[in-house]
Design a protein around this ligand. Structure first.
Ligand code: C2E
Ligand code: CA
Ligand code: CA
Length: 310
C-alpha cells in the first residue's frame, strides 16, 4: 500500500522565494507524518518553531552519539508462572548535559527521520550485548537481553551482517539475544522482511513482535513470519482489570497468539489486579512497573531478581 504525506506552503504568506517555500512545505510534510501520515497539512508559523527545535535536537543527538551521552536502562521481564527473571529489555536513554534525561519517545522519532537511528540502534545493541554478557557471568541460569529494532534499521541491506558482527565482537551467544520488531517492519514487503527474519532466527536469535495491535495490524501476515513471541502493548493492559471489554480484548489476543504458537509477553503491568488477571488469562511473561522499572545497573540486581518466585 502506498500512501502520501503532503506539506503545503503558500506564496506570499509563508515565503517570498522558492527555497523558503520548499523549506516550509517540508516542515508541513513532516508535521503531516508525525500526525499519523497519509494526509495534507498547511504550513503554520508554530511549525517553524518546531522545525528549529527538531533541527536543534538532531544536531544535539549527533553530538550525544559521539560523546557517549546515550546509554541504556534495563527493564526486567518475568515468567508469569514461576516468577523467574527471563530477560532484561534494553531501553535507550539520553542524558543531556543541561536538559537532563530526554525520553526515547522524543528522540527516537528524530533519529528515524534523520537516519541517525542506524548508528543509535547499532550502539544500543553493542551496549546491550556487552551488559548481557556481564549478568550472564553471574546469573544461575541464562538470562536474555531484548533489544528494540526500528524498522528503518531493520530494512538496511547490511542489518543481519551488523548483528552478526556485534555478536562476534562482544561474544554474546545468539540465543541470549531477543530482537523486538514492530509491525512497521512489514513496510519493506512481507517477503523481504520474512527473509531477514529467517536469517536472524537461523543464527539462534529469538524474535518478538512489539506494540502489537497499535499499528495497522494485518493479521494475515502474522502466521507467515517466524516470530517466537508477541508483546501485548501496555495500552491494552491499562484498564483490563476494570473494563470487561478490555479484558476480553487481552484474552482474545492471548489465545490468538497461543493458537499461532507464539508465547505472549504482557507489558505495562502496574498493579496486582492486572498481574492476577494476566496470569489467569495464561499470559506467559510479564513486564511492568509492578515487578520492576528500567534500571541502569542490571548486573547488581540480577542475582536477587533470579531468586524471585511467585
Ligand atoms: P516500548 O518498546 O514499548 O518499551 C516499553 C516502554 O514502556 C518503556 O518506555 C518502558 O519504560 C515503559 N514501561 C514499562 N513498564 C511500564 C509500566 O508498567 N507502566 C508504564 N506507564 N510504562 C511502562 P521508554 O523507555 O520511555 O521507551 C519508549 C519507547 O521508545 C519504547 O517503547 C521503544 O519503542 C522506544 N525505544 C526505546 N529504546 C529504543 C531503542 O534502543 N531503539 C528503538 N528503535 N526504540 C527504542
Ligand atoms: Ca520494546
Ligand atoms: Ca510497547
Amino acid at each position: 500500500t502506498i500512501g502520501a504525506s503532503i506539506g503545503i506552503s503558500l506564496y506570499p504568506q509563508n515565503g517570498l522565494n522558492a527555497s523558503e517555500l520548499m523549506q516550509q512545505a517540508d516542515s508541513a510534510m513532516y508535521a503531516a507524518k508525525r500526525n499519523g501520515k497519509n494526509q495534507a497539512m498547511y504550513f503554520t508559523p508554530d511549525l517553524g518553531t518546531l522545525v528549529r527545535e527538531r533541527l536543534n535536537l538532531e544536531n544535539q543527538l549527533r553530538e550525544a552519539l559521539t560523546r557517549g551521552d546515550i546509554h541504556a536502562h534495563y527493564q526486567p521481564e518475568f515468567d508469569a508462572v514461576s516468577g523467574r527473571l527471563v530477560r532484561f529489555e534494553a531501553l535507550a536513554r539520553w542524558t543531556h548535559p543541561t536538559l537532563g534525561v530526554i525520553c526515547p519517545d522524543r528522540f527516537i522519532p528524530v533519529a528515524e527521520e534523520t537516519g541517525l537511528i542506524a548508528s543509535l540502534g547499532a550502539y544500543i545493541l553493542e551496549l546491550a550485548c556487552t551488559e548481557a554478557l556481564k549478568w550472564n557471568a553471574i546469573s544461575p541460569y541464562p538470562v536474555q537481553v531484548a533489544v528494540n529494532v526500528s524498522s528503518i534499521q531493520f530494512g538496511r541491506d547490511t542489518y543481519v551482517e551488523e548483528v552478526i558482527q556485534t555478536l562476534n565482537r562482544t561474544g554474546l551467544r545468539p540465543d541470549l539475544l531477543q530482537l523486538e520488531l514492530t509491525e512497521s517492519v512489514m513496510i519493506d514487503g512481507i517477503h523481504r522482511s520474512g527473509e531477514t527474519m529467517r536469517r536472524l532466527k537461523g543464527l539462534g536469535i529469538t524474535l518478538a513482535i512489539d506494540d502489537f495491535g497499535t499499528g495497522y495490524s494485518c493479521l494475515s501476515y502474522l502466521p507467515t513470519l517466524p516470530f517466537d513471541m508477541l508483546k501485548i502493548d501496555r495500552s491494552f493492559v491499562k484498564e483490563c482489570h476494570l473494563r470487561p471489554e478490555r479484558r476480553m480484548l487481552v484474552q482474545s489476543l492471548i489465545s490468538l497468539s497461543h493458537n499461532m504458537g507464539l508465547r505472549v509477553i504482557v507489558e505495562g503491568v502496574e498493579n496486582e489486579q492486572q498481574l492476577d488477571l494476566i496470569t489467569d488469562l495464561k499470559g506467559n511473561e510479564i513486564q511492568g512497573y509492578l515487578l520492576g522499572r528500567p534500571i541502569p545497573d542490571p548486573v547488581s540486581k540480577v542475582l536477587s531478581l533470579c531468586q524471585n518466585e511467585r
